[in-house]
Design a protein around this ligand. Structure first.
Ligand code: CUA
Length: 339
C-alpha cells in the first residue's frame, strides 16, 4: 500500500517538480532504482511465501465448528527437531542475505566510483541556510564564477557520458544534496569535503531539494539542475563569466544599490559590491527563480522579495532593509539589468 502510494505520488509529481526516484535519467540514479526493484522482488517473494504459509496453516488447522469440538480432538504428532529442515531454513536466508549484500556493495562501489577519466565538469556546491552556492572554478582565481540554486551542466551527447563531479561543502550546518532523478543523497558537512557525481543522459531541468533538516526554511531550500547540450551550456557559462554590464538606463538604480547595505552580503562582479554572505547577483536575471526556488524570478516577486523578504520566505536570512517604495524600484531596476 505504502509503495503504491509512493508510486502514485511519483506519477502526480511528474507533472510539476518531478522528485521521483522512479524516473531516473542518469547514473547513478538508474542503478539505485534497479537495486530497489531487485531488493523489492526478493523481499516481496519472501513476504508472500511466509504470509501464504501462515494463512494456509491458520485456515487449514483452525479449530473446527462447535459440533466437532464436543469430542476431544486427537493430539497432533509431536515433532522434536528436524535436522534437514533446520539446515534449510538457516542456509536459505544466509544465501539470500549474501546475494543482497553483494548487489548492494556493487551498487555502492559504482555510485562512489573514482573514475580515472577527467570529468566533463568539476563544481563546488556550498550549502547555506537556505540556499545553494555553486562555484565554477576558473584557471585563475579571478575567473572563478559563482551562482546560486540553479546548476547548469552539460548533458551527455553523442553517446559520450558527460560526468559531472561535485565537491560538497557547507557554510553553516549539515545539509543534504538530493536530485532524485540524477543521484542519491550526499550530505554537505561543515569542515568536511564530500564528493559525488552524476551524468545526465538527456537535457532537461531536474529538481532537487535539501534532504537534511536544517532549520526554518529547509523545505524551501530547493535546487534545479539545468542539463543542456554542450554548446548551450558553453554559451551560458561564457555569459556568466562576464562582469555585470553597465547598463546606462539602470545607472541610478546601480548607484542606489551600491549605497545600500546590500553590498555587505552580495557580490555583483564589476562593481564595488563584494559581499559573500548571500548569493552572487552578477547575472541574477539568468536565473529562473528567487529565494532558492521558492518563487519565479519575475518583476513582482523581485519587488516583494526586496521590500519584505519574510512575506515570501519567513525566517529567511535576507533582511528587510525597510526601503522606501522608490528605493525598492531603483534597486529592482538595477537588478533587472543583470542579465
Ligand atoms: Cu539545507 Cu535542509
Amino acid at each position: 500500500m505504502i509503495l503504491l502510494a509512493v508510486m502514485v505520488s511519483g506519477q502526480v509529481a511528474a507533472a510539476a517538480e518531478d522528485l521521483s526516484v522512479f524516473h531516473p535519467v542518469s547514473q547513478p540514479a538508474s542503478s539505485i532504482r534497479d537495486l530497489f526493484y531487485l531488493v523489492l522482488a526478493i523481499t516481496g517473494a519472501i513476504f508472500l511465501l511466509v504470509e501464504g504459509m501462515l494463512i494456509y496453516a491458520a485456515v487449514r488447522y483452525r479449530r473446527r465448528a462447535a459440533a466437532n469440538a464436543q469430542k476431544a480432538e486427537p493430539e497432533p504428532a509431536q515433532i522434536y527437531g528436524s535436522p534437514p529442515l533446520e539446515v534449510a531454513w538457516t542456509v536459505a536466508p544466509l544465501l539470500i542475505v549474501f546475494v543482497l549484500f553483494l548487489v548492494v556493495v556493487r551498487s555502492v562501489v559504482e555510485a562512489q566510483q573514482a573514475n580515472d577519466d577527467p570529468p566533463a565538469l568539476r563544481l563546488q556546491v556550498i550549502g547555506h541556510q537556505w540556499w545553494w552556492e555553486i562555484v565554477y572554478p576558473g584557471e585563475q582565481p579571478e575567473q572563478t564564477m559563482r551562482t546560486a540554486n540553479e546548476i547548469h551542466v552539460p548533458a551527455s551527447g553523442d553517446g559520450q557520458p558527460a560526468r559531472i563531479e561535485i565537491e560538497l561543502l557547507s557554510a553553516d550546518l549539515i545539509h543534504s544534496f538530493w536530485v532524485p532523478r540524477l543521484a542519491g543523497k550526499t550530505d554537505l558537512i561543515p569542515g568536511r569535503s564530500n564528493r559525488m557525481w552524476f551524468t545526465s543522459d538527456e537535457p532537461g531541468i531536474f529538481f532537487g531539494q535539501c534532504a537534511e533538516f536544517c532549520g526554518t526554511q529547509h523545505a524551501n531550500m530547493k535546487l534545479r539542475v539545468v542539463a543542456e547540450p554542450r554548446e548551450e551550456f558553453d554559451r551560458w557559462l561564457q555569459n556568466e563569466k562576464q562582469p555585470a554590464a553597465d547598463v546606462p538606463s539602470a545607472a541610478a538604480g546601480r548607484t542606489k544599490f551600491l549605497s545600500l547595505s546590500c553590498v555587505n552580503c552580495h557580490t555583483v562582479r564589476g562593481t564595488t559590491a563584494r559581499g559573500t554572505v548571500g548569493p552572487d547577483l552578477t547575472h541574477l536575471m539568468s536565473r529562473r527563480t528567487l529565494a532558492a526556488g521558492t518563487v519565479e524570478n519575475d518583476h513582482d516577486h523581485l519587488r516583494q522579495w526586496i521590500a519584505d523578504p519574510d512575506s515570501l520566505k519567513p525566517g529567511s536570512e535576507m533582511p528587510d532593509l525597510r526601503l522606501s517604495p522608490a528605493d525598492v524600484d531603483s534597486v529592482v531596476e538595477f537588478l533587472e539589468s543583470l542579465q
